[in-house]
Design a protein around this ligand. Structure first.
Ligand SMILES: [Zn+2]
Length: 433
């Protein structure tokens, strides 16, 4: 049993259910949530005086309290249910179109712009021209990168609290990714069944780990129409093999992924900035999401892939400037949410981060080119009309001082385990320690 890595102290969220106030997990909470589900009542989160409507969904044998779709920004910035306004990341473009959440079932349906079934030919070749790294500018369907960003967001790996320092291991990352995928459907199938995230490797467990992997990969065995699997893992290296090329993934010493020459050749220019950052910084991990099939010889072959550099705390960074900003935020013990592009193009402006430890509205942090037009670097004010905007015109000026955190002691760190899957607050299951 792994340690409950990011579970620091109890969350502060309090709910009003049928006129009574409950802290999560307090006596009577599970019953109240079950009653609310039966009578179609909506609990209210009391992070703000007026309360914010939530809903109850079934989860296995129990129930979960979730925020209503697209209401994360209505919560107080330090509430476990808080999310930055969707329009400050790429989420706004895909929410409600490529991503639809059903409050009746608690399930999220994803539309994908890449196949999960083997197509004739070899690896997937995106059309030539423009910026093509598994990104589509349309918000109707998620690109491979959009899916990775959504999972990372839902797994709350885009959030940082000083209490997480030193506790976010691969085992934690994996557990939260799998939890996040639990109630997602894609191409008519449970995403969880198609998603492979390598287990933390141990020599003692080697045989058992390999056996579990073989079982999971049965989905990908060639048949009439071969299903593809999804891999999320950390790249160790992508190198030439005796024949063709291969990606070696950390925690998988016994099994590399074949890459054909065309795909390998394209990696260099499609992901040039990501690979440059990885090469230049020893403390950057390279995360890969890929679709792969398993051939008759049992060798997994990648069809399409996307790369995402992350810091040593697994926070995604687009470039060296974002890395500087995130390193500073972590060094200064700040709490924040990292913004992600999803389907948006690299040049489209999003907030690099949103600070969640300030008084009032959460400040949005934008980074732009030296002579960028201010209007391209985020709006004058935030969604609520009052969020402060911080701008750094990189390379023409040193990083400006950051908005100050609130003076009084911050709230205790929320338990990440209870916030996975859209603030899924487990009523009957307790935490996943
Ligand atoms: Zn709240």
């Amino acid at each position: 049993m792994e340690t409950p890595a990011q579970d620091i102290t109890a969350p502060a969220a309090i709910y009003e259910i049928a006129g009574r106030r409950f802290e999560i997990g307090s006596p009577g909470f599970a019953d109240a949530v079950a009653d609310a589900h039966a009578s179609h009542q909506r609990p209210r989160c009391l992070c703000l005086a007026e309360g914010v409507e939530m809903y109850v969904a079934r989860l296995g044998e129990g129930y979960i309290v979730k925020r209503m779709p697209d209401t994360g920004s209505h919560h107080a910035p330090d509430c476990p249910s808080y999310e930055p306004p969707a329009e400050f990341s790429g989420l706004g473009q895909v929410l409600g179109s490529a991503i639809t959440e059903d409050p009746a079932t608690g399930e999220t349906t994803l539309k994908l712009n890449f196949p999960l079934t083997k197509m004739p030919g070899r690896s997937i070749m995106p059309p030539a021209g423009g910026e093509i790294d598994s990104i589509s500018s349309s918000g109707a369907r998620l690109s491979l990168r959009g899916l990775l960003h959504y999972l990372w967001d839902q797994a709350e790996l885009t959030r940082w609290h000083p209490g997480f320092a030193g506790k976010r291991t691969w085992a934690t990352v994996r557990r939260h990714l799998l939890q996040a995928a639990e109630h997602m459907l894609a191409r008519g199938d449970a995403l969880r069944a198609r998603l492979y995230v390598p287990e933390p490797f141990s020599i003692a467990e080697r045989e058992a780990i390999n056996a579990r992997r073989q079982v999971h990969w049965q989905h990908a065995v060639p048949g009439k129409a071969q299903h593809l699997m999804l891999l999320i893992g950390e790249v160790k290296e992508i190198v030439s093999a005796r024949y063709g090329f291969k990606a070696v993934v950390k925690h998988m010493p016994d099994q590399a992924f074949a890459i054909d020459e065309q795909l390998y050749r394209r990696l260099g220019w499609r992901f040039e900035p990501e690979l440059a950052l990885w090469g230049a910084s020893d403390d950057i991990h390279m995360v890969m999401i890929a679709t792969f099939g398993v051939g008759r010889a049992g060798v997994p072959a990648i069809h399409e892939l996307c790369l995402m550099p992350v810091t040593r705390h697994w926070l995604p960074v687009a470039d060296g400037f974002e890395k500087l900003l995130l390193d500073r935020l972590v060094d200064q013990n700040r709490s924040f949410v990292k913004g992600l592009h999803y389907n948006l193009r690299r040049g489209d402006r999003i907030a690099s981060a949103v600070l969640t430890d300030c008084d009032g509205s959460a400040p949005m942090l934008f980074i732009g080119r030296a002579n960028a037009d201010e209007s391209l670097l985020g709006p004058e004010t935030g969604a609520a009309g009052e969020a402060p905007i911080w701008r750094w015109f990189r390379s023409s000026e040193p990083m400006p001082p950051l908005p100050l955190p609130r003076a009084h002691s911050p709230q205790p760190a929320p338990r990440q385990a209870e916030r996975a899957s859209g603030t899924a607050l487990t009523a009957a299951k307790g935490d996943d320690g």
